[in-house]
Design a protein around this ligand. Structure first.
Ligand code: 5RP
Length: 217
């Protein structure tokens, strides 16, 4: 099985969790690209979706999945998204596709946040890079504070005008690093998602999809 086939298996299993009438957050990336057709095929009535990127919004609309502005909804019943890495405690690194700010806002709004991945994403220990989104205002001073471990990424500004960068220093304790990054007013978002945010992780492995045991958290 290729990684892509494993992504599809995880995505199809997650699509089964959505029910008619639900409010749904749609993530971003190549795994979510398999979720959208699987969701469209279900033909569920009355679902209301928000998208975490223009690419997802465009693909969803092409498939006939209704997408609305996130300003129209207060809570989401479910959000489904990919990840770059998942550690045994359930910490994620996200943002390989630079959508981590909107992805985190959507995940935080969701009663159930379901992560979908192929079998390469679960790791024993998280490793850099940790994606960042920085405010453009005062960028030079933000970079000076963050130090040499942060590099700007050759990527377009985010839909919220944020500058995409990557932290490449030590990770150590992810909670401590997350707190350090959040303490800087120039950091709009970082790609560390805490276990409290994650309801479950569905991993495509070989020819089936399994739910990862996050028992350590
Ligand atoms: C985008 C993300 C993606 O979910 C993450 O990069 C995984 O992508 P893919 O499903 O293509 O492997 O966080 O910002």
């Amino acid at each position: 099985m290729t990684d892509d086939a494993e992504k599809r298996l995880a995505a199809e299993a997650a699509a089964e969790l959505v029910e008619a009438g639900m409010t749904v957050g749609l993530g971003t990336g190549s795994t979510v690209a398999h979720l959208l057709p699987a969701l469209a095929r279900r033909g569920l009535n009355g679902i209301r979706c928000v998208a975490t990127s223009v690419a997802t919004e465009d693909q969803a609309r092409e498939l006939g999945i209704p997408v609305e502005e996130f300003s129209a909804l207060e809570r989401l019943e479910i959000a489904i998204d990919g990840a770059d890495q998942v550690n045994p405690d359930g910490w994620l690194i996200k943002g390989g596709g630079a959508a981590h700010l909107r992805e985190k806002i959507v995940a935080a709004a969701a009663e159930r946040f379901v992560v979908i991945s192929d079998s390469s994403k679960p790791v024993e220990a998280l490793s850099v890079p940790v994606p960042l989104e920085l405010f453009a205002f005062g960028l030079r001073s933000t970079l000076a504070r963050l130090g040499a471990n942060v590099e700007l990424r050759d990527a377009p500004r985010s839909p919220d005008d944020g500058v995409i960068a990557d932290y490449r220093g030590e990770i150590g304790d992810p909670a401590a690093l997350a707190a350090r990054l959040e303490a800087d007013p120039g950091v709009a978002a970082h790609g560390l998602f805490p276990p409290e945010m994650v309801s479950e992780v569905i991993v495509g492995r070989g020819s089936s999809a399994e739910t990862m045991d996050l028992g350590a958290r």
